[in-house]
Design a protein around this ligand. Structure first.
Ligand SMILES: C[S@@+](CC[C@H](N)C(=O)[O-])C[C@H]1O[C@@H](n2cnc3c(N)ncnc32)[C@H](O)[C@@H]1O
Length: 237
């Protein structure tokens, strides 16, 4: 999803964040904004300013209101059919974009070793309370703080965009005979078209956990992760 698509798709709660909030985001997020858009917003162009606040809604949730993302993720569990497909037992597992631990709580007791990478300091603070034994590191998927070939399973939930550079980085940190499993990535079609296996489960099987109805007024309808794309890491020639 590009910047303009993200602005169009912003959930109803985008108005809770201001341009000052946008300015508090890490550069990694601000770098995704077209230069002309930032300049127009800075000049006082109201439409550009609104697009900026809309497009960066989710990063502002993760960075500025981590407890809000935590409430969303705890309300919408991952489809159990996906968890049953994850090959975690006895493996060195890397979880990218771990958030506050919705998937991590499943990985932690099963993995041989578990490294979690997550950019938001607020989400990492929640994550460590849920999974104190995990090795939790700050970082982005574009440059993972993990050595080459470390992970026997690299997994990620509801976070990976269809970006060939990110897929290369996931491959770099995965062992030559390791597996990459992406739960509900953005645009599963993109991965399927490039040879990834795809499994789709029925989201209506998932029972949402009790939650404050105000949540959906902010983030829109809840959508439990129910897609899995996966493949073996390809050996480099
Ligand atoms: C939709 S949440 C999913 C969190 C968690 N995986 C879960 O399923 O609950 C997206 C997560 O990706 C993180 N994130 C955003 N951009 C990222 C990037 N470029 N690299 C790694 N993580 C990123 C956010 O901080 C947030 O924790």
């Amino acid at each position: 999803m590009d910047y303009f698509q993200a602005a169009s798709a912003a959930p109803p709660g985008w108005r809770r964040y201001t341009l000052e909030d946008v300015a508090r985001l890490p550069n990694q997020y601000l770098a995704t904004v077209p230069v002309a858009e930032r300049e127009a917003a800075e000049r006082g162009d109201a439409e550009a300013a609104e697009r900026l606040r809309r497009a960066l809604f989710w990063p502002m949730v993760y960075e500025l209101e981590p407890q809000l993302w935590d409430a969303v993720s705890q309300a919408e569990p991952i489809h159990p059919g996906i968890l049953a497909k994850l090959e975690v037992e006895g493996r060195r597992v890397l979880e990218v974009a771990a958030g506050s631990g919705r998937l991590t709580v499943y990985l932690c007791p099963r993995a041989d070793e578990l490294v979690c990478v997550e950019p938001s300091a607020g989400l990492r603070r929640i994550l460590v309370t849920r999974c104190p034994s995990a090795d939790i590191r700050a970082g982005f998927a574009q440059a993972l703080p993990v050595e080459d070939g470390w992970a026997e399973l690299t997994v990620c939930c509801a976070s990976i965009q269809p970006d060939p550079r990110v897929v290369l980085e996931l491959e770099r940190v995965t062992a030559p005979d390791g597996i990459l499993m992406l739960i509900s990535p953005e645009n599963p079609d993109w991965f399927q078209a490039r040879g990834w296996e795809r499994l789709t489960f029925d989201p209506s099987d998932v029972v949402l956990n009790p939650h404050d109805p105000e949540l959906e007024k902010i983030v829109g309808p809840l959508d439990p992760p129910h897609e899995l794309v996966w493949r073996e890491r390809r050996h480099r020639r």
